[in-house]
Write a protein that binds this ligand. Structure first.
Ligand SMILES: Nc1ncnc2c1ncn2[C@@H]1O[C@H](COP(=O)(O)OP(=O)(O)OP(=O)(O)O)[C@@H](O)[C@H]1O
Ligand SMILES: [Mg+2]
Length: 275
């Protein structure tokens, strides 16, 4: 197993008391593609961040099991976590703009990521960086390598982030809304790229997204989250015909070009789902 989460609880201490956010989540992943869907605030990002021990400092966390490849995350030291984060597991976030350094060229940043993991001379690293940019299907890698982050488009920036993340050959890729800042065509291209890299390199993928058809297309299994719980976990191919009322509700709230609705329904909720 790449990771195993059993009965994970995350909450926040506040002036008004303790506020739970993730309430007993369990999921595991091997060399496969697992999606997490669910409305905003349902606990998707917190669950993924817990795996990398990247939670806000006020967060309180408990679990029966929280393991990355058999390593207990809760008791792991910061030093141990650094051998996992960005090395054995890559994290792709929504907007690459916040993760790239604006005053350094794209090539030098990818080269630095390479050298941090593989060592070698600066020149060799720059060559490796150009190879990585080619691997993420950037057509003119030399030109892009000499550009600054503000000179590349959002889709290109996300490719650069993926290239940086590939430098250490990670076993797991966590992508938290990797394409929601991009337009639909670029979205599909980036996901196709992620899918290709994941299957070519035999990586595991945890893909968080609001886009149910997309998750159903790209993943093997899907966990549907609601208010800090996983309300169901199903085969991705069965997601669009899911029977759970919450999942059906999410599906019904999607705008559709094929079956336009005058008004999108409001999602109904039932306390029974949390039992
Ligand atoms: N730093 C924080 N302090 C207090 N509460 C927080 C904090 N971060 C998250 N939460 C709580 O945890 C809940 C879940 O957050 P999380 O980021 O996991 O949601 P999400 O499912 O990823 O939503 P989105 O789809 O909007 O990204 C939030 O609704 C919020 O109430
Ligand atoms: Mg989130």
């Amino acid at each position: 197993m790449l990771f195993e989460i059993n009965n994970l609880h995350i909450g926040f201490e506040s002036r008004t008391g303790f506020a739970p956010a993730v309430k007993g989540v369990s999921m595991k992943l091997g060399t496969e593609k697992l999606g997490i869907v669910g409305e905003s605030g349902s606990g998707k990002s917190l669950t993924a961040r817990a795996l990398m021990k990247l939670l806000p400092s006020q967060a309180r966390i408990e679990a029966d099991k929280l393991e990355f490849d058999g390593i207990d995350i809760l008791s792991a030291s910061e030093k141990q976590m650094r051998t996992i984060r960005g090395k054995r597991a890559g994290f792709i976030l929504q907007d690459p703009k916040y993760s790239l350094n604006p005053v350094k060229t794209v090539g030098s940043q990818v080269a630095e990521a390479w050298r941090a993991h593989k060592g070698g001379s600066k020149r060799a690293a720059l060559e490796a960086a150009i190879n990585l940019l080619e691997m993420v299907k950037i057509r003119d890698p030399k030109k892009v390598a000499s550009s600054y982050p503000h000179e590349v488009s959002g889709g290109m920036g996300q490719r650069v982030m993926i290239a940086m993340m590939l430098a250490p050959d990670p076993e797991l890729l966590i992508a938290d809304e990797p394409t929601s800042a991009l337009d639909a065509t670029v979205q599909a291209e980036i996901l196709r790229l992620i899918e290709e890299l994941v299957s070519e390199r035999g990586m595991g993928l945890l893909l968080i997204s609001h886009d149910l058809p997309l998750v159903s297309h790209f993943c093997d299994r899907v966990a549907v989250m609601y208010a800090g719980h996983v309300v169901e976990e199903i085969k991705a191919s069965e997601l669009l015909s899911a029977q759970h009322p919450y999942t059906r509700g999410l599906l019904n709230c999607m705008p559709s070009l094929m079956h336009p609705k005058k008004r999108l329904p409001v999602l109904t909720r039932d306390p029974e789902w949390l039992k």
